[in-house]
Design a protein. Structure first.
Ligand code: CP
Length: 303
């Protein structure tokens, strides 16, 4: 594997290798001296055509912990504003001797397209509503850390599945590792093909929560929504929002996840997001070790 374009292109052994490598890096970044020289001669460009907090900072920190040279590109402050194309933009960046590109782009397949036109290793940091592979890896890694294993665990992904690259990558990753996966959300936010991915649909949130070990709560992506077919925010929260009373009424303690950013009070209340059942900040912490592992493994393929 020369690139990380999606979980679709990985197998179970690839994921296990990434997790074992991340275990080592997690130990490193908890030491007083958090840096290793593994990527000392590698230059990495972080190219973001869409906004990001966690993914962008986490990649940059991971690159710095590995001693790579790092350049950051944000489309909103670049010549993309003057009409420069994706290929021209990236080729100009690569001519400065860049070995690896981490890219977030609003168009599904943008990373795949780029990998066919440039020499550098490409990491997909989110391409439209398609895939977000490092998010799915850190999510599974966080489940493994909390519950000991992913195999056999029951995971429900709740919310806006239709527009979510996190949902698709999580479904691929969780299925590869032997988890049982359900999705739960309004019919208007579930893609027609969802059951062909081997997941069950549950439209009642309480039934889904009674069933699961882990609930991964997704953000409602208002920026990608056709507002005319969406339930109102109030209706959504009433039917699919998780609150403390709902969780306290279950006969077991489930694990709560969220990829962020959170719409507090919409898909999840603050008392749940900040509770001891929530591993939301553990997910963010694990993102650094996972991204270090991915970049370390891909760098070993660079000639
Ligand atoms: N989880 C995630 O992708 O967050 P950002 O959009 O802030 O990177």
């Amino acid at each position: 594997v020369r690139h990380l374009l999606g979980i679709k292109y990985l197998n179970e052994a690839d994921i296990e290798l990434i997790f074992e490598t991340a275990d080592n890096f997690k130990e490193v970044i908890n030491r007083p001296i958090k840096k290793v020289p593994s990527l000392r001669d590698i230059t990495i460009a972080n190219i973001f055509f869409e906004s990001s907090t966690r993914t962008k900072l986490s990649f940059e920190l991971a690159e710095k912990r590995l001693s790579a040279d790092v350049i950051n590109f944000s489309a909103s402050q670049s010549s993309v504003k003057k009409g420069e194309t994706l290929i021209d933009t990236v080729n100009n960046i690569l001519s400065m001797k860049v070995d690896m590109v981490v890219m977030r782009h609003p168009n599904p397949g943008a990373g795949i397209f780029l990998s066919k036109h440039v020499e550098a290793a490409i990491i997909n940091a989110g391409d439209g509503a398609h895939e977000h592979p490092t998010q799915a890896l850190l999510d599974s890694y966080s489940i493994r850390e909390k519950l000991g294993d992913v195999a056999g665990k029951k995971v429900v992904i709740v919310g806006d599945i239709l527009h979510s690259r996190v949902a698709l990558s999580n479904i691929f990753a969780l299925k590869l590792q032997g988890a049982q996966v359900k999705v739960c959300g309004p019919g208007t936010l579930l893609p027609k093909y969802i059951e062909s991915l081997g997941v069950e649909v549950e439209t009642d949130l309480r039934t889904a929560l009674d069933w699961c070990d882990v609930a991964n709560m997704l953000r409602i992506q208002k920026e990608r929504l056709d507002i005319s077919y969406f339930p109102t925010t109030r209706e959504y929260t009433q039917q699919f929002g998780v609150n403390k009373a709902l969780l306290d009424d279950l006969d077991k303690e489930i694990v709560i996840m969220h990829p962020g950013p959170i719409n507090r009070g919409v898909e999840i209340t603050s008392d749940v997001a900040d509770s001891k059942q929530s591993i939301i900040l553990n997910q963010v912490e694990n993102g650094v070790a996972i991204r270090m592992a991915v970049m370390y493994l891909l760098a070993s393929k660079i000639k």
